[in-house]
Write a protein that binds this ligand. Structure first.
Ligand SMILES: [Mg+2]
Length: 183
């Protein structure tokens, strides 16, 4: 049995790609955030496993199809691969906001699933995202929450509640910090 490994878990919209009010509903709406996929490449080069954890309630609202969500994930894999980056897996929850569903962030279901599937040690892992839901899900799962100020990050920072401890301009800066921290 192999030892559990720390991982970097990433939110998708607002962290890897620009956030749109409705989410990405067509492949043409997918706009990478500058430096984000290059940062995934740096994580892979440093030996960090990376998975994506994303709420996609648009599926249940009927504004995006599963096929589009999966095509976007295939595009993410290509963009990361162009920088030597690799994702273990993409987890998405189609549950509606307010459903309290265990997989939908702020609940930790998808993170726990990723850990079980890939042997992640959540207590040594990070979850990087642009929303307070990401921070809450990270805390609930036992990983270190990291807020990025891309997407809705500035709103999340201004929101009430405990101030996030680790805040960075974007994913590239968050990854700089994670890599420097571990070495
Ligand atoms: Mg987001």
């Amino acid at each position: 049995m192999s030892a559990r490994r720390p991982a970097v878990l990433l939110d998708r919209d607002g962290t890897l790609n620009e956030n749109l009010p409705q989410g990405v509903t067509r492949a043409g709406e997918f706009v990478p955030i500058p430096g984000a996929f290059e940062a995934v490449g740096r994580l892979t080069a440093a030996g960090w496993p990376v998975s994506v954890i994303t709420n996609q309630s648009g599926i249940s609202k009927g504004i995006v199809t599963r096929e589009i969500v999966e095509a976007v994930h295939a595009r993410c894999r290509e963009l990361a691969a162009a920088h030597g980056g690799r994702f273990d897996a993409f987890y998405y929850a189609d549950d509606l906001p307010g459903s309290g569903a265990p997989r939908r962030k702020p609940r930790p279901g998808m993170i726990l699933e990723a850990a079980a599937d890939h042997g992640y040690d959540l207590f040594r892992s990070y979850l990087v995202g642009d929303s307070s839901r990401d921070l809450l899900a990270a805390r609930a799962a036992g990983c270190t929450p990291v807020l990025v100020l891309t997407g809705r990050g500035r709103e999340a920072l201004a929101a009430e509640g405990p101030a996030p401890e680790h805040v960075f301009e974007d994913l590239a800066a968050a990854v700089d910090w994670i890599l420097a921290r571990r070495s």
